[in-house]
Ligand binder design. Sequence first.
Ligand SMILES: Nc1ncnc2c1ncn2[C@@H]1O[C@H](COP(=O)(O)OP(=O)(O)OP(=O)(O)O)[C@@H](O)[C@H]1O
Length: 318
Amino acid sequence: MGFKDESGNEFNLLDDISFEIKEGVALGVVGESGCGKSMTSLSVLKLLPSGVTIQGGDILYKGDSILDMNQEQMEDIRGKDISMIFQEPMTALNPVHTIGFQVGEALKVHFPGMKNSEIKANVLEQLELVGIPNPETRYYQYPHQFSGGMRQRVMIAMALICNPKLLIADEPTTALDVTIQAQVLELMKNIKQKGSMMLVTHNLGVVSELCDEIVVMYAGCVVERGNIGEVFENPKHPYTKGLMAAVPSLDSKGKELYTIPGIVPTVKNFEKGCRFSPRCEESSEACKGIKPELTRVGDNHFVECWKYNNSEGSPCQK
Ligand SMILES: Nc1ncnc2c1ncn2[C@@H]1O[C@H](COP(=O)(O)OP(=O)(O)OP(=O)(O)O)[C@@H](O)[C@H]1O
């Protein structure tokens, strides 16, 4: 996936992204800001910002290519089969429509035969399920009458109203304060029982609580992915190890918190070889020049690092 700058130069924002979300599985996508998490999740629903295009590869939903789908087919899938929760509920909600209208809109679009009374009953049930008190009253209220946490619950109700097979949640708790975050996470845990989930977050703690599998992204690439237990117990990529070491814990109280040296490069400054090598404490000459391939290092555990590329692993079958 790439874009052209003002001078017409083309840049690859995402490269060689490969992963699968199986039915009933919650996948966490982590990485620092600017690593490409949001671009990856937006591409699943073809909601990329203008100027950013997908130039190769494929995105399959139940075996069908999303990239080959036309506008009408995409509209049929969005909100019904695959739905999305965004970081900022206020920007995603329309201030001039009631909450009831907005939550029920997807039902009207996807189930045109559904009676208004049925739509309302479904909306009230959904508002109740996501923990909004007094749904009968709240149904007729507007977004500005809701707190940040309640607005996020409305967003979740909107995303779930058609019982999607896959829910994509991009930093669903970032804009909320800590106590509300905990409540929304609890809600997400319940949602997880109902289908597949792709959870985009900076927060490894959230991933460990909610997810079955993890994808670690760095500078537009997947650098490690696999089963959550395996990756957390035995992280292989120096970047994953760095992210884990940077999580504060009770043991680290009073000690200086580890930070990964340097910053994520912008797309114009990606290294030719391993993109993490300039920040990597384990890098060697082998890391410069050619990008490593994603390599299998366990049953469901893959890593893109020269340390494993030639010796311990075998190339991943994409
Ligand atoms: N509209 C755009 N046009 C071109 N490049 C963009 C655009 N939006 C984002 N980018 C670039 O794409 C790359 C990936 O950004 P993305 O938002 O996917 O990262 P992220 O990991 O989700 O970050 P965050 O956690 O801050 O949301 C970054 O280098 C960013 O600068």
